[in-house]
Design a protein around this ligand. Sequence first.
Ligand SMILES: Cc1cc2nc3c(=O)[nH]c(=O)nc-3n(C[C@H](O)[C@H](O)[C@H](O)COP(=O)(O)O)c2cc1C
Length: 144
Amino acid sequence: MIMNNPRTTEHPVDSMFTDRWSPRSFLQDPIPPEQIAILLLIYVTSTLRFRRSGEINRWHGFDAGAAWMSLALQARRLGLYSHAMGGFDRRKAAELLNIDDREIQIHAAVAVGRRGDAGQLPEALQSREQPNTRMPVSDFIVLI
Ligand SMILES: Cc1cc2nc3c(=O)[nH]c(=O)nc-3n(C[C@H](O)[C@H](O)[C@H](O)COP(=O)(O)O)c2cc1C
């Protein structure tokens, strides 16, 4: 359960969306094995081409984004938190995963775990360790 969640909505939105956020502080506790089996995805990747035809799949990034959000929501259902990160060494990740990064794109690394204390973060990040607010719908929806 999140205390003082500043995410309010203008319209009814299921709490699974408002309760999900991306902390930076995690506990060192290992995740129980039965949960790791569900949350196996740590690097979000997608294949650039359709397997059967070899044609470029224009939607691979869209699918990968949906997969990341499914992972994040499933983590919250299990009482865990996740944080997607783009700042990692892609070459090293490709080596680790043993993939050709010209054919398989590595979109993000995702940390999944139990939330830790904000006090263990660098000072600059401590005040940011809570759900951020959301833009009003009118800022990004254009009715035509
Ligand atoms: C693909 C991707 C890469 C990201 N890279 C980073 C990162 O390297 N470091 C970081 O602190 N946040 C990164 N973020 C942002 C956080 O994961 C998170 O989405 C953002 O702080 C918004 O917070 P919220 O999930 O609580 O709304 C990234 C997000 C995405 C989707």
